[in-house]
Write a protein that binds this ligand. Sequence first.
Ligand SMILES: Nc1ncnc2c1ncn2[C@@H]1O[C@H](COP(=O)(O)OP(=O)(O)OP(=O)(O)O)[C@@H](O)[C@H]1O
Ligand SMILES: [Mg+2]
Length: 374
Amino acid sequence: MSRHAAPGATHAPGTRQAPGPTEAPGTTQAPAITEAAALEVRGLTKTFPIGGLFSRSSVRALGGVDLSLGRGEIVALVGESGSGKSTLARCVARLEKPSSGQILLDGVDVLKRDRFQASKHYRSQLQMVFQDPFGSLNPAHRIEHFLLRSLQIHGKAGSSSQTQQRLEELMTTVGLQADMLHSYPHELSGGQRQRVAIARALAVEPQVILADEPTSMLDVSVRIGVLNLMGKLRDKQGISMLYITHDLASARYLADRIAVMFAGELVEEGESLELLANPAHPYTQLLVSAVPDPARAGSYDPVQRAKLRQAVLASTSCAYDGDPDQPCSAEKPVRHRVGTTGNDGKNAHWVRCHLYRPRSGAASNALTVEPISA
Ligand SMILES: Nc1ncnc2c1ncn2[C@@H]1O[C@H](COP(=O)(O)OP(=O)(O)OP(=O)(O)O)[C@@H](O)[C@H]1O
Ligand SMILES: [Mg+2]
């Protein structure tokens, strides 16, 4: 569960480091992940119509995504720009309507529920934190307003003294001083605003938080604070999180598992340290190779990296259409297990790629049972 290297750290992926001054969250009191998934996505697809009213063109943003989030677990979703990460989060948050598939929260298929009736209840269980802490807070209101409104909408406000106490508690939980309740958003730093956005999400006591690049607009110096806060919420409150990021170092620091998205598909998934130590998909290898690492000889060889990048971009037929020379265009690859972790199938490190060659004697590595099967 715990991560052991600070973001930006340049150690070989998979090597555990002694906790430094910014000790990784979760080194103590980490609750065990229970069996039932807090959130499960099955076969989720999303196609956007494009080109105007009379156009028949469309773009396939999600091509059948399966993903589960254990209780008290953080899963990092990484992938190139435009691969569908935000679309997945927005579909799960019901800000977009998926084209097909299932979203199970606590085992209940939320898409079968009436959208309007279910939405308030759903949002009390699942909250989203967005990338832009500046845009998500109306500058005309004081911080108190945002938190109070969340409490009121979800029926969590009690008497005025109880409410005041809860507001102050929320501020303390996210590491802000209670007197900042009277501040306006423009009086806060970017990091403080993102903490307010997290406090607003916490006000409804959700089981799951979807955080879409929550630190990417923050100064590097304040990112670590927000990441530690997220780790603390997992460890102390058992909140499950989908952490969308481009930053592998922070994914490694914070997340229990990493899922890699490429062209609307999950192509690789596994425990963070294991996946980063043994990336199996060419795209994951490309991502890992982009992290400078003095411990890996030649890890930042620009020529090698350029070649790898070219190879990966040439294999965009992973999206199963287009290039007739690639087997991917004809048939969806099966999942192959990589290594031996997660023998229960749940936390298995797997890859979905025709180019993957199991190591010798590991022909049986193809998963006969998919980790998330209906
Ligand atoms: N409302 C929309 N209408 C049409 N196409 C859309 C819409 N939203 C997303 N898309 C398309 O869906 C694909 C996935 O977009 P998405 O925003 O999910 O990517 P992303 O992985 O979050 O990228 P980034 O890392 O840049 O945030 C892209 O091709 C995008 O152009
Ligand atoms: Mg996005």
